[in-house]
Design a protein around this ligand. Structure first.
Ligand code: SF4
Ligand code: SF4
Length: 452
């Protein structure tokens, strides 16, 4: 299946050394794959192109070829790894329990060490990572976005078709711009929100980078719901990025630095404010990475046990709320709701039933299933920015399925998914309001207005 491959001539350079491991991948992990192919239909890139090397089995074969020295690191090998969404749709489909998440994460880290990306690609990736994991910079950029949209410039440029002249990746970025509010740009979260009913416990919240700037309503709703459900919520000031985007992009040193900062900040909160029952997350990608800190830092003697202890407390907000008896009364919300399974919630954290249960318990909600709901929407961290064509193809399939159920509200627990699906619907001239499940709960419990 793999033929020896030389470094192909191209604009990027790959350091091509033979290695006993592929991207730090132990052979035993590769040997778990028995080539059965059950994962192929679950893979969005295989569905798009039908190419073995763009399937999970094919990518594992490439990793094995690298490990055995049968192929070298080349630009074309790197493309197959770049095209992987990291959606983990292949994992639940695999009867052999192949740890594809670990395989692709380590392969990508090795790829980033070896590959000297061509100028434009490198510049875009550096720009993304100089901005998104830094909430202050993201706020400044969001203010410029606010001026751009509110001044009418965005509408004008779109009307006269100027966006069509932009490079594909820049146009994709512009099209993804979410509605920016001054609340998101300048708002701050309280450091502690007290429990409103008899106190049941104390938890902390990760505010998230994209979440706090572009979807401030999700954090507001999370705090309100937890408070009325009897939980004091700490929102540690000065918390930064959890490192999820960096982990998924193979930027290992940066990811580990973010992980350590996050652990240290929440430990400090616990020392100063008292024990935390859980560290809650309302963005699927962040939660899945924070649950993996223990593994990511396992080799670091100074951090291994701290990381394990921290990860053991991380819960998605829906996972947490579904695990406690509801205190607050649920009032009717009349809506036909399509619940979108974010990959990093459904596949990476295996959380499918809990958000559905929380929504189904709200009187008046008619919960509908999106066909092929376990397939990625094409957002996948920064995938829709660095691989816009593939992301678009996958997103179009998702939009078809979403529209087919004729819902009047989309429930989505990951900001990237929400932006991606709405972008494609907007392009088709359709609008479908989207809300995080916790925003729908806040509407039911506290009468908050729903987005849209
Ligand atoms: S992570 Fe997603 S895109 Fe990558 S191989 Fe698995 S199913 Fe395919
Ligand atoms: S389903 Fe699992 S064992 Fe089968 S080919 Fe895919 S990764 Fe390998």
């Amino acid at each position: 299946m793999i033929s020896p491959e030389d470094s192909s001539p191209g604009q990027s350079r790959v350091t091509n050394q033979k290695s006993q491991i592929a991207g730090g991948v132990e052979r035993t992990l590769l040997d778990d794959c028995v080539h059965c192919g059950f994962c192929l239909p679950a893979c969005p890139t295989y569905t798009s192109w039908g190419e073995e090397m763009d399937s999970p089995r094919g990518r594992i074969d490439l990793m094995r070829g690298l490990a055995e020295g049968k192929i070298g690191w080349s630009e074309s090998v790197a493309r197959h790894f770049d095209r992987c969404l990291g959606c983990m749709g292949c994992m639940p489909a695999c009867p052999s329990g192949v740890q594809y998440d670990v395989l692709i994460e380590r392969t990508r880290a090795e790829l980033e060490r070896r590959l000297d990306r061509p100028g434009a690609d490198k510049f875009l990736r550096e720009a993304i990572f100089a901005l998104f994991p830094h909430p202050r910079r993201l706020r400044a950029a969001a203010f410029l976005m606010w001026l751009y949209t509110e001044s009418g410039l965005q509408g004008l440029l779109r009307r006269i078709g100027l966006m069509r002249l932009l490079p594909r990746r820049l146009a994709a970025m512009e099209e993804l711009l979410p509605p920016v509010t001054l609340h998101g740009v300048g708002g701050s979260l309280p450091e502690v929100v007290p429990a409103r009913l008899p106190r049941r416990g104390r938890v902390a919240l990760l505010a998230g980078c994209v979440q706090r700037v572009f979807f401030p309503g999700v954090n507001d709703a999370t705090l309100a719901v937890l408070s009325v459900e009897g939980f004091e919520v700490a929102v540690p000031a000065g918390q930064g990025c959890c490192g999820a985007l960096s982990v998924h992009a193979g930027r290992e040193p940066e990811a580990l630095a973010f992980a350590k900062d996050t652990i240290a900040r929440f430990e400090e909160e616990e020392r100063e404010g008292g024990p935390l029952e859980a560290v809650l997350v309302n963005a699927a990608g962040c939660g899945s990475t924070m649950k993996e800190y223990g593994r990511l830092l396992a080799e670091d003697p100074n951090w291994a046990s701290r990381a394990r202890a921290f990860s053991s407390k991380v819960r998605d907000v829906s996972e947490f709320l579904a695990g406690v008896a509801p205190f607050a009364r649920r009032n009717p919300v009349r809506a036909r709701v399509a619940y979108h399974d974010a990959c990093h919630l459904a596949h990476a954290q295996r959380i499918r039933e809990q958000p559905r249960r929380l929504l189904a318990d709200i009187p008046g909600i008619e919960l509908v299933e999106i066909p092929d709901g376990d397939q990625c929407c094409g957002s996948a961290g920064v995938y829709n920015l660095v691989e816009p064509e593939s992301s678009e193809e996958i997103g179009q399939r998702k939009a078809d399925k979403v529209l087919s159920v004729r819902a009047d509200l989309l429930a989505s627990a990951n900001p990237g998914c929400t932006l991606q699906i709405q972008k494609i619907l907007r392009r088709r001239g359709k609008t479908l309001p989207a809300a995080h499940p916790v925003e729908i709960l806040a509407a039911s419990i506290a009468g908050w207005p729903l987005p849209g």
